[in-house]
Write a protein that binds this ligand. Sequence first.
Ligand code: UD1
Length: 376
Amino acid sequence: MPWHTLNTHTINLKAKLKIINIVGARPNYMKIAPLMRAYKDFDGIDALLLHTGQHYDLKMSDKFFDDLKMPVPDIFLNVGSDTHARQVAKIMTGFEDVCDKEKPDMIIVAGDVNSTMACALVACKKGIKIAHLEAGLRSFDRRMPEEINRVVTDSVADLLLTPSPDADENLVNEGVGIQKIFRVGNIMIDTLYEFLPAAQKSGILDALKIFPKSYALTTLHRPSNVDDVEVFVKILSTFNEIALKIPVVFPVHPRTQKIIEQNKLTYLLKNIIITEPLGYLDFMRLMSESKFVITDSGGIQEETSVLKIPCITLRENTERPVTVTEGTNKMIGNDMEKLLHFASEAISGRWKMSKIPDLWDGKTAERVIEVLKRVL
Ligand code: UD1
């Protein structure tokens, strides 16, 4: 789909556009960091950075700000963890006050976490324009909280900045006017290309006493995999079988750690190399040198596709289908036979051909700025 002319009548014309950029949870930082840098070359924008505090542990937040050289947030809402309704409510009330004080012309939200949807809803009710980065992705599975967040955010957004053609199609099918849709590419890949050289200097492989291309890397935090103990035990047991053939490295998300402790499952981790959640550079180094990855994350499906690392995804569906059709991703749900099979394939170096999707080229932030310039 070509780039479209934005309907400038709907946007407040001013000398400088005041934009609040929102981060809240771990996957947001690598999507907003390239934009915060790109604004510096363009003085038409007064850009503020707001952190909701949805993620707050040093390893889930501050470490990423350091690794990605992000500015200290101008505004911090400090909401912390809670049930979804309470967390969203806290973000909304906090952000409403911010909007009243700062009077932004636009907010930019990224991805599909609770902070994304909560801030978009507030801005929409206040008549503040909303740009959604990573718009249009759909798993068509409303059991995922992220799917609800995606659908709601896109339905109120004014600028839908998409990473791939399937996202454009999803939006058009939902009745979004094509004048609002701009395919800019995958902004997270800007961060990957920028920081890969720095990641190569990480000492994480030495620290874990492992060697390039001689281990598997896994991450797991989705409710569908870790909340049902029977399913979780089955997955961890299979990891143990894989660990007989190749070392398995597992940085454990705080949510997953809690479930391990509550259910006394540490005995299933004896043969696995466990770490705390890692910062961006250490994790990127681990991922780029791994033989293959087993995950339920969204972003890792994309990053492995760009790095050409085989990826086995423990989910029934994906909102990122190009990682399957063009990238290195295989979806296997909770089928442990398939996990063992594809792990063996990856260990033997047999994997499908792949290509990097269009516009996943490290230049997405520049294209976003071009769109914003047109708005101005
Ligand atoms: C959130 C996102 C998910 C994303 C994931 C990446 C939503 C609905 N989900 O899930 O899409 O893939 O982030 O990490 O927004 N916790 C801590 N320390 C922290 C943050 C969380 O210990 O800094 C623990 C708390 O017990 C908390 C639990 O993790 O209750 C879940 O955190 P939450 O932000 O609600 O969701 P995630 O599972 O992290």
